[in-house]
Design a protein. Structure first.
Length: 379
């Protein structure tokens, strides 16, 4: 398994962050179920949220209802938070065809909603994406020749497509400021894991698209990266252009921190970890319980991963630095939906996420809910 950074350096600190904490013991590919550091889940509240003691939840937006002066979009999906003076902004994608895009909600320092607005319109199936270090939002289209749009969460600048990042069924993106690359997942049953190397860090208008390649006899271990010659996929889909490319069963969420890029694959229900320093790929989680239907994910500076479920019993599960896996929250009454867009406020005190199809379970996402959970999160 991924080994701790402190093991590399010759020491071991159990409390070290998971992100970048490269776990010990390669034989233990299945993370054990255990007790959550927050304790058991309580009785569901009026909104159907079952939370540990000390945490509270609320609905901040619902599809078709007004929030901050605008109607909240259908099928809320990937999301991220951005600092905004003494408050913050939560950005959320809309995974519907033709009229997708993304919206933003502004919060004050006490969590009061100060306004809301669109930051991207008239794109298609905007699923997940990722935040950049220069505080823009990458909104990704989940269609066969989907694009990445770079959006301004503050609503000042016009969103623009970043075509050099490839035309494929984009899912999520995560930036690595040390190696100055953007990692990307592809939601195909034989999708690939990519990285984009911009010609200038901070500008995504041009650069080199590469695909991760693995040994044909193993899906873990050392990897290399090879260039995708036709990112626009005019002649051939990007995932077929490099013979040695590794293929993954339905790429979903993507999260980078401290030298490791974690990503999920939904068909085989795995969480992966790419050690960018050693250029090695490992499996972090490979089990059917308690976490099933792996999808979007995020993390904390203290090293906890929060992995959202697509379906199953609608939980966000916690993977701790000691590799314990346990539910952090459950959303009752939304069993035909999926949990999307988990993201922490800049101070780490609040977690945002959505139920894409809500109580009604409408595939068109006409009953989407967006939530906030506040409490004593480990940081």
């Amino acid at each position: 398994m991924l080994r701790r950074t402190f093991v590399r350096a010759g020491g071991l600190a159990i409390g070290t962050a998971l992100a970048g904490s490269l776990w010990q013991d390669a034989a233990r590919a299945i993370s054990p179920q255990g007790d959550s550091p927050y304790g058991p889940l309580g009785t569901p509240d009026a909104n159907g949220l079952a939370l540990p003691d000390g945490f509270t939840g609320r609905v901040v937006a619902r599809t078709g209802n007004r929030v901050g002066g605008m109607l909240w979009h259908p099928a809320p999906d990937g999301g991220a938070c951005f600092p905004d003076g003494d408050g913050w902004i939560y950005v959320s994608n809309s995974e519907i065809p033709l009229h997708g895009g993304a919206s933003a909600i502004k919060f004050g320092s006490d969590g009061t909603i100060r306004g809301a607005y669109r930051i991207l319109s008239d794109t298609t199936l905007n699923c997940a994406g990722g935040r950049t270090p220069w505080n823009t939002w990458l909104s990704c289209e989940e269609t066969s020749r989907g694009r990445v749009f770079e959006c301004d969460p503050y609503g000042v600048r016009t969103a623009l497509p970043r075509l050099a990042m490839g035309r494929f069924k984009h899912e999520a993106a995560a930036c690595d400021p040390v190696r100055q690359v953007v990692y990307m997942t592809e939601d195909e049953r034989d999708g690939c894991f990519y990285r984009f190397r911009p010609n200038r860090w901070g500008s995504l208008t041009s650069g080199r698209l590469e695909v991760l390649c693995v040994d044909s006899d193993s899906d873990t271990g050392p990897v290399i990266w090879k260039r995708v010659s036709d990112p626009a996929a005019v002649r051939e889909m990007t995932r077929y252009q490099v013979d040695e490319a590794g293929h993954f069963q339905g790429g979903e969420g993507c999260y980078y921190a401290d030298g490791v890029c974690f990503f999920t694959t939904k068909v085989d229900n795995r969480v992966w970890g790419y050690d960018a320093e050693r250029q090695r790929l490992e499996v972090v989680y490979d089990a059917d319980a308690p976490l099933k239907g792996v999808d979007n994910l995020t993390g904390t500076p203290g090293g906890d991963l929060y992995v959202a479920e697509d379906g199953d019993n609608m939980e966000i599960n916690l993977i701790t630095p000691d590799r314990t896996v346990a539910p952090f929250l459950r959303l009752d009454g939304h069993l035909k939906s999926e949990i999307t867009g988990p993201a922490f406020s800049p101070d780490g005190s609040r977690l945002y996420f959505s139920s894409q199809r809500g109580v009604l379970g409408d595939p068109a996402g006409t009953d989407g809910f967006t939530y906030e959970v506040a409490g004593p999160f480990r940081r």
